[in-house]
Design a protein around this ligand. Structure first.
Ligand SMILES: NC(=O)c1ccc[n+]([C@@H]2O[C@H](COP(=O)([O-])OP(=O)(O)OC[C@H]3O[C@@H](n4cnc5c(N)ncnc54)[C@H](OP(=O)(O)O)[C@@H]3O)[C@@H](O)[C@H]2O)c1
Length: 253
């Protein structure tokens, strides 16, 4: 397949975890992959062995980089077929501290929400030149029911979900499909610092396999694994019981 015929994919947060696993998956499929993050990180060996992979450095929180990042992409390709906006981070609010880190709320919104918005601004003009453009954003199953200490992370991921739902309507005239992905617990550097139980935890390769398959069919929304969605459905519909379940351990301490 010539480089002109290959599907062009842009993945943010590609230096680690889910983004790295997705990058490998799309390279295996024969796509041209533009991989963004602040660091090359674990992408370095892949960059050395794959001509179809290009690293495009991008701090998604820095909106002054938007034009330069777009220009870097345009230097290599006129269009992007699929943009997977996956970069994100997680921190928890700890109100047991004497001086809680409230600034963290802005930090998380800036990476997870504003960063995704900046990434949309980068890729929209390139998506418009694709024959079958697809914009994919990564939210989280955390939006399905409340979790303690997840004020910042949950709010940022809920904002992504709403933003993408609205954007889907506004991009319809341009025939750009929009998918919001809600992963459950995936074993990555982001979750390795968690000290609470993570039901149905899966590997990043397994998560990337499921996301890749789902992205092919362009759903509005894809949440996985289903067993976690069911558990969170319960949490959403029985909020008092859910809260008791999640907070009773803390009260007994
Ligand atoms: N792991 C899970 O259980 C889980 C569950 C639901 C949703 N998610 C979501 O899935 C996505 C990927 O998470 P992960 O678990 O794979 O985490 P990860 O291994 O920590 O990877 C996060 C990626 O985001 C990039 N990133 C962070 N801040 C950035 C910034 N300011 N600018 C550019 N890139 C930045 C990191 O690259 P650099 O540090 O090199 O910039 C890294 O490549 C996140 O949006 C996360 O919220 C994860």
């Amino acid at each position: 397949m010539s480089s002109a015929e290959k599907k062009v994919v842009w993945i943010t947060g590609a230096s680690s975890g889910i983004g790295l696993a997705l990058t490998k998956k799309y390279l295996d499929e024969g796509c041209r992959v533009f991989a963004s993050a602040r660091r090359e990180g674990e992408l370095a060996p892949l960059l050395a062995s794959h001509d179809a992979l290009v690293f495009v450095p991008f701090d998604i929180t820095d909106d002054s980089q938007v034009h330069d990042v777009r220009a870097t992409l345009l230097a290599h390709t006129k269009h992007v077929d699929c943009a997977i906006l996956n970069a994100g981070t997680c921190e928890y609010l700890d109100l047991t501290e004497t001086d809680p880190d409230w600034k963290m709320m802005n930090r998380i919104m800036s990476v997870n929400f504003s960063g995704l918005v900046n990434s949309v601004e980068v890729c929209l003009p390139l998506l418009k030149y694709s024959f079958r453009p697809h914009l994919v954003g990564v939210s989280s199953q955390a939006v399905q029911a409340a979790f303690p200490q997840a004020e910042a992370y949950g709010a940022s991921k809920a904002a992504i979900r709403y933003f993408l739902s609205s954007l889907r309507m506004d991009l319809k005239p341009f025939s750009i499909d929009v998918t919001c992905i809600l992963p459950g617990f995936v074993d990555t550097p982001l979750t390795r610092k968690n000290t609470f139980p993570m039901p149905f935890l899966m590997s990043s390769d397994e998560a990337a396999k499921r996301m890749h398959r789902a992205i092919e069919s362009r759903p509005y929304e894809f949440s996985f694994p289903k067993r976690l969605s069911t558990l969170l459905w319960f949490g959403r519909h029985f909020p008092k019981l859910w809260m008791t379940m999640l907070t009773s351990k803390n009260e007994s301490n």
